[in-house]
Design a protein around this ligand. Structure first.
Ligand code: S3P
Length: 178
């Protein structure tokens, strides 16, 4: 069983590509944010606001462990059983422990998207607590500065997504797969 793990900045298209890819390859699809929302019964924005970012970050690690079957999930049966595309929140690779878990989960693909494109895609977004409240470009640039090298180093495959259709991104993945 080979799973595909999609990493990258908020708005890079992990969920869109992930669902499309899963459908195309007859794989399952999971999104770590969606699992967190399901387990907590609360939106990501509400978890940040009411419980704090540190609590959310611990949940991210917990969900990776649940997918690997290393932690119980209260009978939800979330452990991965068949080949799955796993889209992970943009902050997940920042924790060293998470990076090791991501490598255990599958082949890691970094969807590399330019700041210009991210600004365009995230302009009207209300769901990401880290980007709320103005100065969007500066916020993206600052976070990208902290994250880009880690995304690069964590990835087995890097593909750019600017001005590329899902089919083109897929072709690039196949070329790089090895
Ligand atoms: C975050 C990314 C979000 C979500 C949360 C924090 C981040 O997921 O986990 O808002 O730190 O980059 P997406 O990357 O799916 O938007």
């Amino acid at each position: 069983m080979t799973n595909i793990v999609l990493i990258g900045f908020m708005g890079c298209g992990k969920t869109t590509l992930g669902r499309w890819l899963a459908d195309r390859q007859q794989m399952d699809f999971v999104d770590t944010d969606e699992l967190i929302v399901r387990l907590e019964n609360m939106s990501v924005a509400d978890i940040f606001e009411k419980k704090g970012e540190a609590y959310f970050r611990d949940l991210e690690t917990k969900v990776l462990r649940i997918l690997l079957g290393e932690e119980q999930d209260g009978g939800e049966n979330l452990r991965i059983h068949k080949s799955t595309v796993i889209s992970v929140g943009g902050g997940v690779p920042m924790r060293e422990e998470n990076r090791a878990l991501l490598h255990k989960l599958g082949k890691i693909i970094f969807l590399d998207t330019s700041v210009n494109e991210l600004v365009r895609r995230l302009e009207r977004d209300e769901t990401r607590p880290l980007l709320r409240g103005g100065a969007l470009r500066e916020k993206i640039e600052r976070l990208m500065d902290e994250r880009l090298d880690i995304y690069d180093d964590t990835a087995d495959i890097i593909v750019t997504t600017d001005n590329r259709t899902l089919n083109k991104v897929f072709d690039d993945i196949i070329k790089e797969w090895g």
